[in-house]
Design a protein around this ligand. Structure first.
Ligand SMILES: Nc1ncnc2c1ncn2[C@@H]1O[C@H](COP(=O)(O)OP(=O)(O)OP(=O)(O)O)[C@@H](O)[C@H]1O
Length: 286
């Protein structure tokens, strides 16, 4: 299986923040959830990958090609949505079609109009009169309407109600059905990622802390609740982080099956995407 995205040791320096050797690959035909707390570096990674922000070092391949050498081809094959609306707010949805029709070789007006109707977006209303959710839906409609092979979406479902979120997640799932299309989706709404992501990449303070298939993560990791005495007796290599609370300790265990076989008396609960994010962001290491 070839990769739609392959990021290798990507670095970006801002005065108060640095992206440090970010590496991950997204196999073609799959959805990757890109997760991290506010300010972890998700948008910076996406902007640096796309050349919108200049990288300090590292390499990015999209469809196996270098962006610098194949910019036009690559940009035609990608649909991008950022959490802030990228269209000027005096435009209407129809104006957007006129502009994008000139930019993208495969722009599909009938498909765009179909999405406007499906998402209940008025064609002639100015974007400044759209709600936040409507602007987000417009961005998604526009990104899908030039038949991209890859969607890169920064918080695409934030600001949307659960009904339209589910509809959009279904569209994303349909999009990857032919195994040629892929999606990188950053989100705080971990329940959305639980539903649709095949791979999860966690970023914390500018570094990738975990990037694996969701199934592997769910099989490998577990949460142990134990007393402080029990925690003190644990083999320190058996866990990743821990959090103390008023009752004792919660511990993010790795190689869960092996741990359970060595500690049959202890109860290890399954992890969720959200709990893994919180353990990496707020848990302590030894
Ligand atoms: N143009 C910029 N100049 C300087 N610093 C920046 C710039 N853009 C982002 N940063 C800093 O980089 C850090 C990471 O920001 P980024 O937007 O990538 O985080 P994020 O994970 O997308 O967060 P959120 O979930 O809140 O959108 C922040 O500390 C931010 O202040």
């Amino acid at each position: 299986m070839s990769d739609a995205i392959c990021v290798h040791e990507l670095c970006k320096e801002y005065p108060d923040f640095s992206l440090q050797n970010v590496s991950f690959c997204l196999p073609k035909g799959s959805i990757m959830g890109f997760i991290g707390e506010n300010g972890a570096g998700k948008t910076t990674t996406i902007k640096t990958m796309l050349g919108i922000a200049k990288k300090t070092s590292g390499s990015v391949k999209l469809f196996g090609l270098d962006l610098a050498d194949h910019e036009k081809e690559i940009k035609n094959r990608i649909g991008v949505v950022f959490d802030e609306c990228s269209f000027h707010d005096t435009l209407t949805a129809l104006d957007v079609a006129k502009i994008l029709g000139k930019i993208y070789a495969d722009w599909d007006d009938p498909l765009y109009i179909k999405y406007l109707k499906q998402f209940d977006l008025p064609e002639k209303k100015k974007i400044k009169e759209y709600s936040r959710g409507m602007k987000m839906k417009l961005g998604i409609a526009a990104a899908l309407s030039h038949h991209p092979d890859l969607l890169i979406l920064d918080e695409p479902t934030s600001g949307l109600d659960p009904v339209i979120r589910e509809e959009i997640l279904d569209i994303f799932l349909e999009f990857i059905q032919d195994e040629e299309h892929s999606i990188l989706l950053s989100s705080h709404i971990t329940s959305d990622l639980d539903k649709i992501a095949d791979y999860l990449t966690f970023i914390h303070e500018g570094k990738i802390v975990l990037s694996k298939s969701k199934d592997e993560i769910l099989e490998d990791l577990g949460i142990l609740k134990c007393s402080l005495e029990e925690f003190g007796a644990l083999d320190k290599t058996s866990f990743i982080t821990y959090r103390k609370n008023q009752f004792g300790c919660e511990v993010l265990i790795k190689d869960k099956m092996n741990f359970i076989s060595r500690h049959p008396d202890m109860i290890v609960d399954p992890v969720s995407t959200e709990s893994v994010m919180v353990f990496y962001a707020r848990g302590k290491t030894v």
